[in-house]
Design a protein around this ligand. Sequence first.
Ligand code: FES
Ligand SMILES: [Fe+2]
Length: 443
Amino acid sequence: MAPPISAVEAQNWVNVQRGLVSRDVFVKDEIFRAELERIFDRTWVFLAHETEISEPGDFVCRSLGSAPTVVVRDDDGCIHAFLNSCRHRGSEVCRADSGNIRNFVCPYHGWTYARDGRLITTTFDRHFPKDFDRSQFGLAAVPRLESYRGLIFGSWNPDVMPLRDYLGEIAWYIDPFLARSPGGMEVLAPPHRWRARANWKIGALNFVGDSQHILTTHVGPLTLDPVRAARAGFTTAAENSFQVVADTGHGCTLTYLAPGLPPEAYQTHPRELLDTYRNALPAGQFALLDRLRVIVGTIFPNLSFIETQVGPAQKAVILRLWRPVSGTEMEVLSWVMAEREASSEYKAAVLRSGCHNFGAAGVFEQDDLELWASATFASNNPIARQFPYSFHTALPYINSPETDHNWPGRIFRPADTEVAQLEFMRQWDRWMKVPDAGANVQR
Ligand code: FES
Ligand SMILES: [Fe+2]
């Protein structure tokens, strides 16, 4: 077993004043193990979307921090999350990714649990002591489980702050994507899942605000179809694009279309749903969508989202989870979503193009994964670890948020600096330095 992280080591991970972050935090397994305890077992972590488990008995298997977890809807429509481990001798009671069950029957010796986690029978009840209290041996429930706009989060920390408080100011920015129609959003298919040979934080940082990588990493798709790229505003970042750093460590980047593009470029959202959006959203949040080319962000620690153009007047909302596997590996889960009210043709088109761009073999994913693995490989040796990563382009801006903006959070211009990324690392550093288990960390 690796020695525990010392306070001296932890002091040197993130240096916000100098814009430096140690490479250790992107490769070392002992830091990954500390993250599981200090972050993933204490914060809210995304588990599933409610539309993945619409019917009684629907379940999905996920991870909550270090523990395999099953999320299930019971006979009354209530959602539960349990440690996916039998109370007899620990086998996973549910071994499929998703499906519908009547009861959870453990495949080892047959202990059987109801959809609400109650132990129904051990199959050998006749051999149990008379005073065996079956009610004490149901599946171990995740102590805190709350939803926001269909997003189900869990926490192993019974004292974690309420989810709505944890989301804080970022909620205002995700509402225009999750709550812009009465029915809300719907997951269109099971998530694509793949492994990446890179630390989970590289994904989280990429989505919180890495506008600098677009024109180099993704030069392939942009130059292969330059007309479409120009019309989509890829090559001309508008001056009113900006980054948001929310009060609780979450962040996002909004990129708006520059003036002077052909009129059809500004028809970003589906025309048939615009009135629905206008009716569902307060005016300020509806205005956020006007001329928006892309919003991309991260809810700390590892849930990201992106809404981007996938076709003419077609927008896909993608949810992304960066599940830590080791210091140098993550599993990625990626969902494509659309409004429940959208036509089946529209949903099919969004799913197709959402997967084409952001699925396991997606055009943009291939570019990113290759470089994330390369950065991890080249950093994971004692020589490279002497040289911290640079976040310098945050420094001229990080203490100068906009003062004349009335949207929530701290707003930083321009969009193509590393402010949101350095703030993410600052928040990561706060959680990693707080030793007591039940703690909450805010700015
Ligand atoms: S481990 Fe589940 S019944 Fe024995
Ligand atoms: Fe990318």
